[in-house]
Design a protein around this ligand. Structure first.
Ligand code: CS2
Length: 472
């Protein structure tokens, strides 16, 4: 196995990562390892789990090293990743996390805290000041939220006369850097306006587009990795061969690893990449997750192996592409075809249930923005409307065979009441369109008729037949 032996000593820590899950270990850690392999630098990473101790407990006994496994058409490729220097569990010791971020050697804080971790309103992108974690962080020095950790650590650095760090978000949000900058400045201003002014002037929050399909690791994966490598690993990560990272090159004092040497696209503005990826990949991922789950499919590859859903996803791309501006040099139809091959990869067992999680936080940027632009341009989007209707059905908590669904969403209880309390599909649509965190008022009014039509077909004939009806 090609270990990172080229790093003959452990690099000192230069990065703290908030929200250490499988995705960042399969993605950011690999890029940072490649950057140090190419050009050196002390960019070792301290990972922080904001909730559970599981990753820390699994990695501690193996010196924070783990195996990343690339699952393509050929034999799996394994690689030992050794860039983590420590893993902290925030709820156990919040001051240790603040001390790690406030360390002068740390120049970058990366984040994968998922959409809901930003404590923002998904429909507007602004800080939700009523969020219980934000209310807590306004009145306590030891925070619980990701924005709280960033603000308190910046406050400590300013008090110590240090430079701020670059905040590098790696979550699937539109203009993710501007979202995190907005919530950080808003929270900071409520704590100390002069702190907010300092962050606004000196801090940097580059936007990024991140892409690598990384399903959650299962027990079966753990057993398989031990077989492949002959070495037990309690927390390997399984991912597709493809990876793409586009980053705005705007770092505090230009302090960063040699990302270009690792294959990162450093660009002046990442918006075009982000829109393309969020709408074409994540938008269809969510659409396939809800419709595929309702139709009884466990994974994305199982779903697109059904010719009906293969045609449905292509229909979705034809609805989405007119609302996407291609980044320079990119062909959107070639991008869509490559996505299809990635979805069809049978070695990637990406569960529809996993992608269906947190839909209230995902739909606005993945699907509703496209729908809005299509409505404004007078284009119909029956495929996308079916996807939203499928979400409305899914959150009701019962699948088409009458089995209960374990719906995970910060708004789950409310969504379930609204969907399952409705007597007709039209009532369910009307009830769910009133959720302002998801649907802005004007959009809800425009979507009512096409969504009702989609929901009526979905409820009447089921997800697979409804997908067939809307597909070319
Ligand atoms: C997926 C993403 O779980 C989800 O919501 O759509 O995690 C997706 O696999 C990644 O963004 C791919 O880069």
């Amino acid at each position: 196995m090609p270990a990172d032996q080229e790093i003959s000593r452990r690099p000192a820590t230069g990065i703290v990562h908030l929200g250490l899950g499988a995705f960042f270990r399969a993605f950011g850690c690999v890029y940072i390892a490649d950057a140090m392999r190419a050009s050196g630098g002390d960019w070792g990473i301290v990972g922080v789990s904001l909730r559970s101790p599981d990753t820390r407990d699994a990695l501690r006994g193996q010196g924070w090293a783990y195996t990343s496994v690339s699952l393509g058409a050929d034999r799996p490729q394994t690689r030992r990743i050794t860039v983590l220097n420590d893993v902290l569990v925030a709820p156990e010791d919040p001051s240790a996390v603040l001390a790690a971020i406030a360390d002068p050697a740390v120049r970058i804080v990366t984040l994968t805290v998922t959409e809901k971790g930003y404590c923002h309103n998904p429909a507007t992108g602004a800080l939700n000041a009523d969020h219980p974690d934000i209310r807590h962080d306004l009145t306590h020095d030891l925070p619980v939220s990701a924005p709280g950790y960033l603000v308190r650590a910046l406050q400590m650095r300013r008090a110590a006369g240090l430079r701020p760090f670059t905040v590098l978000t790696c979550d699937n949000l539109p203009e993710n850097g501007r979202v995190v900058r907005g919530v950080v400045l808003d929270l900071a201003r409520r704590i100390d306006p002069s702190l907010a002014d300092w962050i606004a002037a000196e801090g940097r929050f580059p936007c990024t587009m991140v892409d690598r399909i990384t399903p959650a690791t299962t027990e079966a994966d753990i057993a398989r990795v031990a077989e492949l490598t002959g070495q037990p690993d309690a927390a390997p990560v399984m991912h597709e061969p493809f990876a793409q990272w586009a980053v705005e090159d705007d770092f505090v004092d230009n302090a960063r690893p040699d990302l270009a040497a690792a294959g990162v696209e450093l660009v002046a503005n990442v918006t075009a990449h982000e829109h393309m990826k969020l709408r074409m990949l994540n938008g269809t991922h969510s659409a396939l997750a809800y419709t595929g789950y309702l139709a009884g499919y466990e994974t994305i590859s199982d779903t697109v192996a059904d010719p009906v859903f293969a045609a449905y996803v292509r229909t979705l791309w034809s609805e989405i592409m007119p609302a996407v501006t291609a980044p320079p040099g990119v062909s959107l139809s070639a991008y869509a075809e490559a996505l299809f091959d990635r979805y069809a990869n049978p070695s990637i067992r990406h569960r529809t249930w996993q992608i269906a999680m947190d839909g209230s936080q995902k739909l606005p940027q993945r699907i509703l923005g496209t729908l809005r632009e299509n409505l404004e341009a007078g284009r119909t989007s029956p495929g996308l409307c079916l996807a939203v209707a499928a979400w409305m059905r899914y959150v009701g908590g019962t699948d088409e065979a009458g089995r209960p669904i374990d719906v995970r969403d910060p708004l789950a209880a409310r969504l379930k009441d609204l969907s399952s309390g409705a007597k007709t599909p039209a009532e369910a649509v009307a009830a769910l369109l009133s959720v302002r965190e998801v649907f802005a008022e004007d959009l809800a009014a425009q979507l009512k008729a096409p969504l009702t039509a989609a929901a009526e077909r979905l409820w009447a004939v089921g997800a697979q037949a409804a997908a067939k009806e809307v597909s070319a």
